[in-house]
Write a protein that binds this ligand. Structure first.
Ligand code: 9D3
Length: 243
């Protein structure tokens, strides 16, 4: 998978992605990152990339030309191969795991990050295929949303996660929140690890973890219990008995 990012802050994307699991995947060549500084495509002698909005209003708008030129050079480098171009914007559809799964099938992905009040609509009309938001809160630009999306997509690319990490992925199931985890020591600040986890009794451990998932989901994400097709009769009885 090749990620291309058009941005005014390439160092933000580089430092974020060259870390942890995605950093390892970049090093071993499973994925690749190409950051393109939109400012390098300004034709203005002061390298400006923004201007006042026609019609008035607060803030500045990124000009169409540098964005379009940066994209055109990228297309030429990629021999005109068709590529999805994702514009990170509060005016997009909200990013989900199923969108990540769909995008993980692509060989090339282009992310366009806006800053200030956004980008001249004509550049968007010319190049963007997908408009995506990461949720209903206000950020200062599209760089963090691009990193969020790239992280979620990269971990779905075969070979990015190692055996242990992907086993962990497989165990996330049934649309429930995960049970609590503990590691050494057995006691910390007077708090003991639940005895059942030290018992070696695997059936009991599984049952306890399922119950913890159910309680936790009811407490923090009750919406996930409504019409959840994975709930067994035993789950439903447990939830009723602990009400
Ligand atoms: C006129 C109001 N504007 C500023 C308060 C609108 C506005 C412009 C640019 C609001 C935020 C931004 C910068 N945000 C993003 O580029 C962005 C974003 C976000 O803010 N929240 C969730 N997902 C995304 S994706 C891109």
């Amino acid at each position: 998978m090749n990620f291309h990012v058009l941005t005014l802050f390439p160092e933000m994307i580089e430092s974020g992605f060259h870390t942890s699991i995605t950093g390892r995947a970049l090093e071993n060549g499973t994925i690749a990152l190409d950051t393109i500084n939109i400012r390098d495509y300004s034709t203005n002698k002061h390298m400006r990339v923004d201007d006042y909005p026609y019609g008035g209003g607060a803030g500045m708008v990124m000009q169409a030309e540098p964005v379009h030129r940066a994209y055109q050079e990228l297309c030429e480098k990629n021999a005109g191969k068709p590529m999805r171009v994702i514009y990170l914007t509060p005016q997009g559809r909200v990013f989900t795991q199923s969108i990540a799964e769909e995008l993980a099938k692509e060989e090339e992905l282009v992310f366009l990050c806006g800053h200030y009040e956004g980008i001249d609509e004509r550049a968007l009309e010319l190049i963007v295929t997908d408009f995506i938001s990461i949720g209903d809160y206000v950020l200062t630009g599209g760089e963090l949303p691009a990193l969020v999306m790239m992280d979620a997509i990269a971990r779905l690319v075969p070979q990015v996660l190692n055996n242990k990490e992907s086993a962990e992925f497989d165990s996330f199931h049934d649309n429930l929140l995960e049970y609590p985890q503990y590691t050494r020591p057995e006691e910390y600040m007077g708090r003991r690890v639940p005895e059942v986890l030290l018992s070696g009794h695997h059936a009991k451990i599984e049952e306890w973890r399922r119950q913890q998932s159910l309680i936790r989901t009811r407490e923090r994400r009750p919406d996930l219990l409504e019409n959840n097709p994975y709930l067994t009769e035993k789950d439903k009885k447990y939830l009723k008995d602990t009400m």
